[in-house]
Design a binder for this molecule. Structure first.
Ligand SMILES: Cc1ncc(COP(=O)(O)O)c(C=O)c1O
Length: 476
């Protein structure tokens, strides 16, 4: 019989039965307890561990219920023989189990690495340590203390009026968006915004231009809706509209990030903006403008949005609080042409009745009391300084052998470098540095290679050593 001696910690807040269950289970999963091996009786184990029999009985019951253990009266208890390879056999599903072709087409889901690791240069991360969490907590507490019964009810599918007003005023003032509060649709972030825009504007089988290289999650949105992403190259001026017309004349929409393209960081030129707007008007197509990180611009005033240049109501503007507040807030918005508001509302209600009241109300107060503007103002020099340290470190370490692009705005830059970027990014990851390989942002053969470096959450003191390590890896 196998001994399954597992240490228990009586001072732990975790119940004893749970400790025994988890430790035995992980020994089974690691293959230390093999399929078919007999385990001690509950009486024996409780004696060995010096605990009462009840937690052992409860742990065994759970292990039996989940299929890690088997038992028969008179024969004892053993590790399930069906656990080939140390993994529990899941119950065999019966009947046809077909999922939609759209769901099947999505790439496998993987838990994001940043759930555990916040090292430099993870993209898309603001500096969360500097978020005024106490102020936020105070506003949450104040709001919940005074909350009325009405606030517990379903709200308007388009969002809380106060927040829609605040967003419209902010977008007009800081992003040059032409809008009224009635055009604002509150959502859980730009991802949901892109999804809603796709559902309202495109049909199954329709094609849409996407930037190449581009933001991979736009592809997922289109796939999930059964639409076709048509990659259009991005050059130093942004999405190449003429190339788009050649590659896919019948596109019904274009998804672009003109303020600070992901991943190259290009700002779309005025000429290209005009060309894109003219194309949309001519083709009867829509433009979805993803304005995800344009609050921070370093050498000039923020560039006004594409939406603000549009005289024909062809642009749907998507904004998010993920970068200026924090990503887990899950608040973003669409600003849609007035004549489409009702259809967006109807579709938004079909997928999710309304946005959560609490976060919207607190966000509205956070803005109204000036904390939002203050936070952005405080963060601007922080990011500007990190970006300067990063640019200097790249110049020092790479000299002319690599080119840095997209450093005028936002919280990431692209380091162009001929190398096996996928392999090197994995090697950097093993050393605690999360760079994204540029080639992975291409759907076709990558025209450029290198790394996307997010500096939003990179402590200044860690930037230069991380760039040195990256240089050493690329030189090896
Ligand atoms: C191009 C782009 N759009 C949007 C987002 C933000 O998504 P969300 O607002 O859903 O958090 C990101 C985040 O990294 C991004 O890189």
């Amino acid at each position: 019989m196998t001994s399954i001696l597992v240490a228990v910690d009586r001072r732990s807040r975790q119940p004893l039965y749970r400790q025994i269950y988890e430790r035995v289970r992980s020994r089974v999963l690691r293959g230390e307890l093999r399929p078919g091996e007999l385990v001690p009786s509950t009486r024996e184990l409780s004696r060995e561990l010096g605990v009462s029999r009840i937690p052992v009985l409860n742990a065994y019951e759970q292990l039996l219920a989940e299929g890690y253990f088997e038992s028969r009266a008179g024969a004892g208890t053993w590790v399930s023989s069906s656990l080939a390879g140390g993994r529990p056999a899941t119950p065999k599903p019966r009947g046809e189990r077909r999922v939609s072709k759209h769901a099947a087409a999505l790439p496998p889901y993987q838990r994001p690495v940043w759930a555990e690791n916040l090292g430099p240069f993870q993209v898309g991360q603001p500096d969360l340590h500097r978020f005024p969490i106490r102020t936020w907590a105070r506003l949450v507490a104040r709001y919940t203390r005074n909350m009325r019964v009405r606030a517990l009810q379903y709200g308007d599918a388009l969002g809380l009026p106060e927040l829609r007003e605040a967003i419209a005023a902010y977008a007009r003032r800081s992003r040059g968006v032409r809008c009224e509060a009635g055009q604002v649709v509150i959502l859980s972030g730009s991802q949901q915004a892109l999804d809603l825009a796709t559902r309202v504007l495109l049909d199954d089988g329709d094609a849409a231009w996407v930037e190449e290289p581009g933001y991979w999650l736009v592809h997922h949105v289109l796939k999930a809706a059964g639409c076709r992403a048509s990659p259009v190259p991005v050059d130093a001026q942004g999405l190449d509209v003429a190339a788009g017309e050649e590659l896919c004349r019948r596109a019904r929409a274009a998804f672009v990030a003109p303020s600070h393209q992901y991943p190259l960081g290009v700002t779309m030129s005025a000429a290209r903006r005009m060309q894109l707007l003219a194309w949309a008007q001519r083709a009867g197509a829509w433009i979805v403008e993803d304005d995800y990180d344009s609050e921070y611009r370093y050498d000039s005033m923020p560039i006004a949005s594409l939406q603000g240049m549009d005289a024909n109501g062809r642009v749907i503007y998507a904004g998010t609080f993920s970068k200026v507040m924090f990503p887990s807030l899950r608040l973003g918005y669409l600003i849609v042409p007035s004549d489409l508001v009702e259809r967006f509302a109807a579709m938004r209600r079909a997928i999710d009745l309304c946005p959560p009241n609490l976060t919207q109300a607190v966000m509205a107060e956070f803005i109204a009391e000036g904390h939002f503007a203050r936070h952005i103002r405080r963060m601007r020099p922080v990011y500007a300084s990190r970006r300067r340290v990063l640019v200097e470190a790249v110049e020092r370490e790479f000299g002319g052998s690599a080119q840095l692009v997209g450093d005028e705005a936002g919280m990431h830059v692209a380091l162009l470098l001929e190398c096996d970027d996928v392999r090197l990014a994995a090697a950097a990851g093993r050393r605690g540095i999360q760079v994204s390989p540029l080639s992975a942002s291409y759907t076709g053969p990558p025209a450029r290679r290198g790394f996307v470096l997010g500096f939003g959450n990179a402590a200044e003191s860690r930037i230069a050593p991380a760039v040195r390590l990256l240089r050493n890896l690329t030189a090896a």
